[in-house]
Every structure is written in C-alpha cells, then in structure tokens.
Design a protein around this ligand. Structure first.
Ligand code: TPP
Length: 570
C-alpha cells in the first residue's frame, strides 16, 4: 500500500487538495478567479463552482495577470490560474508588476504529474530537456513565497503559508499544482481554523522606543506635515493614517502613487507633492516644513518628477512596513501600523501650519478661453468635478497617469495606476479586474483613462468585460500615438506612431449588442454635455469614449518627468 493511502485513511475529514486551496481562497475574500485554462489545470478548475468561486476566463494570461492585479487593488487579494510553461510565462510581466507595486496575487500553476516530472518526460510545454524547475525558478524572483504542492504531507500547510505570506507581505506568491495532486487528500479539519492574516506584532519595547523618538521630534517641530505614499495603501495602514490626519490637524499631502489614500475633500488635504511636478503651491509648503512624516514612500523617478524632491533626510521621518527611519537613524523590525497607532494615542495637541488652498477649479485663463480643444490643462480638473464618491479610477502609463495628479477626487475614490512598473496595456486588464471587484462590492463605478497606443496591447479584455457583464467607462485618449514617448525621444519618429483604430466599434467585434454604447468626443462642449448626461453616468452598459486630444499636448508634470528621463538616458 502506498504511503499516501495510509495517510488518507488516517484523516478523519479528508478533502481534495484543489478543494482545500480554493476554499482557502474564498475564506480570504476572493470571489472570482482569473486565468486561462490548459490541460494541466483543467481538472483543478472543475472544483471552482463547488467552492463558490466564479471563473472569469481571460483572453490571455498577461491580461489575466493585469486583471488579477486590478482585482486585488480593489478587493484586497486575488488569484490567477495558468498552465505550465506557456501559460505561466505569459503572465510574468503582470506578476512582476504586482511584485514591484506590492499587490497580493496568488498565482497557481497547473503542472504535469509528479511522476512525469521525476522521470523528466518529453511532454508538451517543456523545453524538451527534462528540466521541470526552470519556470518556477523564473517566478521565484518575483514572488515572496513559492509552494510546490507535490507531497500530501505538507500540501495544506504550504497552501496556508503561501496565502498568509501573500497577504501580510502584500506581494505575489507562486503555487504549483501537479495534475495528480489535485484530488489527493488532505486534512479538511484544518479549514475550521481560518488562516492567521494578522501582522506579526512589533516588539513592544522597540516600538515604544521608536514612538518616543518620533514624538520628541514631532513635538519640537514648528511646521510638520504629513506626506502619504503608495505603501500606506498597499500595507493597509490607512486607518492609522486617517486617525493621524484627523487628530494632528496637520497639512496632508499625497504623492502620485499615494493618490486616493486620504480624503481629498478633507480640510487638511493640501494636494499632490511630486517635487517639480507638484500641484500649485504644494512644493513650497512641503519643502518649507521642518518635519515631514513620510508614510510608505516609494521615491521612484516617475513618482517624484524625475527625483526633484527638495526635502532633506534630516527633516524626515519615514514610516515603512518593516522599519522606521528617523532622520538618519533606522529602526528595523518596526511596522508602521503599530508605531503610528501609538503616536496618535500619545501625541500632544499640535499647532498646524496653514494648508495651501487647493481648488478644483480651472485657472481663470482656462475658464475664459473659447478654445474647444480638449487639452490636458483643461481636462483633468473637469474630470474631478464629474467623478463621484467611491469611484474606482484607473489611469494608464502615458499622459493619463500624469494628468490625474491635477484631478481632485471626491471622497473614497480608489485610484489605480502602475507608476513604478509602468507596463503599458496594464490598465485595460486591471480595469476588467477592478470592475469585477467593484461590482462584487456594489454601487461603485469603474473608470479608465487609457492611451490609444496602450490599449492596442490588451484590447481583448473589453471582450472579458462584456462576457462578465461588467460596465466600466473607458476613455481612450486619441492623440495619434505614443505622446509620452515623443516627449522623451523621437518627436516625429515613425516608431512613436500607431495605426489609428476604430476604437468605438471594437466592442461590437467582440459581440457587444445593447450592453454597449460608444461615443466620439472632439470638443469641450461635447464632453461637458456627456458628463451631464444622466444616462451616460448611470447606465449599466460598457461605455467607450474616444476622446480626441492634440498629438503634442501633455500634462506639465509629464513634460518635466520626460525631460529628466531623456537626460538620464543620455
Ligand atoms: N512596452 C511596455 C510593455 N511598456 C512600456 N512602458 C513601453 C513598452 C514603453 N512605453 C511607455 S509609454 C508608451 C510606450 C510605448 C506609449 C504610451 O502611449 P499611449 O498609450 O498612446 O499614451 P499617451 O502618452 O499618448 O497618452
């Protein structure tokens, strides 16, 4: 008798590995699973309906990976299933993006049987050299945990560890599931105890010490401010941030990657800080501060307008998920959540400096203009007036994710943008995933701004959107090609041109009928009218708007960032 059979007989409540895995995914809040089928994952996918999980069915694995990323940013965590070799490798650009931007995605790969792997069989989707580890080695560098489910004894433990690591480190994990392991039994009684998703507590002595040091500088500062960045969102420290903003009354700013982290209608909100590309008046206020409470910073080139911050480390306290840095001293193993909570509790009343006035209004010159051209200078503040509370707003790498810096959000908006990884086409997939998660949460609109170049990479996800009855509003910025690239290099170069597509008709090719409405907008009046149109605003159809903008126009922050990038590229 094989040893696995003995183990199975000893289990009181045996369940199949695939069922165990999917029930755990559901337990942590996943309702839909992205991916593409293949013969090495088909039998696993059979378990999804029984575990009350919806199969999305993407057009390709890259898009599925982007969609899983978008779903996780709205839902908290997501899962994607791919098939060995051909499928998983197609997803890797997306998974790398999730790793880079701290997005928790569980990547499950269906593999050939454990025996074929041991025998090094010459199977389809291999390199033909018997190496079955080559692909998992590729994924290891872009995953915070790797679990090979090839043994009945530790499969359940590995699944629990992978999901926990994914959640607490907020990064992708990689799980392999060979076909012969799908129906192998594990101990179902384990499911009675939920996976522990709590963060390891800071050592209280260390935490108290850091809190004392932070408070010493905070109480001594004359005009401290708060600057919130991406990792405050990604490491789920927003409750602590909101309490700090509320209790301290300090002027509060966000970076481009931190957009959506704080309520932009709050009286303390001062705008976007990004060095030279900051909202008007913001860099003066931030750079004059003698203490910046910097929460979850990612000081990348595109998040800082080409490294143009002018704030010294001597005036900064950095809060991160694994350490706090006060001026030049680093305190390891101190998670910002615990430290911030105590800082808020123990803080004495402060005397906040005044907050720069930030309006959602166009400059008087723009308001007076009779020009009908939809320029970036005009568009993005108008968008802010049109958005509604709780909207999910996605902007693609290009003019859109710089333009959004000038949009002042209503409350509870979730902003999605891949500022650090910057893989074009991302936002179309992310839009599908985000729209699905937003639908599961009910009453949230999903709105995408994407360039006419970027959408050409992943346009098929409009088909997945239709197939899943989703109804995002997609604005395609039609500006004759790769405008962001033109600003960096090759203004008139052929390589920055694209084939113009009939975007508004594409959904029809994908089978759209009365569940779709297309629009073509060329003037400011037309856009104002569209934004005021009740049906456009509240319909449950997919809406795609071709938004015509000049080829050579870009938001001011993009021009500055592109100049810096061009210089660095030599
Ligand atoms: N390929 C990938 C996968 N990612 C990239 N970032 C690039 C290439 C380089 N790239 C960055 S932006 C861009 C390209 C090709 C053009 C984007 O053009 P478009 O979507 O039309 O945006 P616009 O600036 O015109 O708004």
């Amino acid at each position: 008798m094989a040893s696995t059979d003995i183990v199975t007989r000893e289990l009181e409540n045996p369940i199949d590995v695939a069922e165990y895995l999917f029930r755990r995914l559901r337990e942590v809040g996943i309702r839909s699973v992205h991916g593409v089928p293949g013969d090495y994952n088909l039998s696993a996918l059979d378990y999804l309906p029984g575990c009350d999980l919806h199969w999305v069915g993407n057009c390709n694995e890259l898009n599925a990976g982007y969609a899983a990323d978008g779903y996780a940013r709205v839902n908290g965590i997501s899962a994607i299933v791919t098939t060995f070799g051909v499928g998983e490798l197609s997803a890797l650009n997306a998974i790398a993006g999730s790793y880079s931007e701290f997005v928790p995605v569980v990547h499950i790969v269906g593999q050939p049987t454990t025996q074929s792997q041991k025998d090094g069989m010459l199977l389809h989707h291999t390199l033909g050299n018997g190496d079955y580890n080559v692909f998992s080695k590729m994924s290891a560098g872009i995953s915070c945990f790797v679990a090979h489910l090839n043994d009945q004894h530790d499969a359940a433990t590995l699944i629990d560890s992978a999901i926990r690591e994914c959640w607490i480190r907020s990064r992708p994990v990689y799980i392999t599931l060979p076909t012969d392991m799908v129906a192998t039994k594990v101990n179902g009684d384990r499911l009675r105890t939920p996976i522990d998703l709590s963060l390891p507590k800071n050592d209280p002595e260390k935490e108290d010490y850091v809190v004392d040091v932070v408070l010493k500088y905070l109480h001594a500062a004359k005009n401290p401010i708060i600057l919130v960045d991406a990792c405050a969102i990604r490491h789920r420290a927003l409750d602590e941030v909101h309490e700090l903003v509320e209790k301290s009354g300090l002027p509060t700013f966000v970076t481009p990657m931190g957009k959506g982290a704080v309520d932009e209608t709050h009286k303390n909100f001062g705008g976007v800080y990004a060095g030279n590309g900051s909202n008007p008046g913001v860099s003066e206020a931030v750079e004059a501060s003698d203490l910046i409470l910097s929460i979850g910073a990612i000081k990348s080139d595109f998040n800082t307008t080409g490294f143009t911050y002018r704030i010294g480390q001597l005036n900064t306290i950095d809060f991160h998920s694994t350490y706090v840095r006060v001026r030049y001293s680093e305190y390891p193993d101190t998670n910002m959540k615990g430290v911030l909570r105590k800082v808020v509790q123990q803080m004495k009343p402060l005397n906040p400096a005044s907050i720069p006035s930030l309006t959602n209004q166009l400059s008087p010159r723009e308001q007076a203009s009779s020009d009908q051209t939809i320029t970036h200078n005009w568009l993005w503040s108008i968008v802010g007036q049109w958005l509604k509370p709780k909207d999910v707003v996605i902007t693609e790498t290009g003019t859109a994710n710089f333009g959004i810096w000038d949009t002042r959000f209503p409350s509870n908006v979730t902003a999605i943008s891949q500022v650090l990884w910057g893989s074009i086409g991302y936002s179309m997939g992310a839009c599908q995933g985000a729209a699905l998660a937003a639908k599961e949460q009910k009453n949230r609109r999903t709105i995408l701004f994407i360039g006419d170049g970027s959408i050409q990479l992943t346009v098929q996800e409009l088909s997945t959107i239709l197939r899943n009855n989703l109804s995002p509003i997609v604005f395609v910025i039609c500006n004759e090609g790769y405008t962001i690239e033109r600003y960096i290099h090759g203004w008139d170069a052929k390589y920055n041109d694209i084939q113009p597509w009939d975007f508004a008709n594409i959904p029809k090719v994908f089978g759209a009928k009365e569940n779709y409405q297309g629009y073509r907008i060329k003037t400011r009046d037309e856009l104002n009218k569209l934004f005021a149109d009740q049906e456009f605003n509240s319909s449950d159809k997919l809406r795609l708007v071709e938004l015509y903008m000049p080829r050579d126009d870009a938001p001011a922050a993009l021009k500055l960032t592109a100049e810096a990038a061009a210089q660095r590229n030599g």
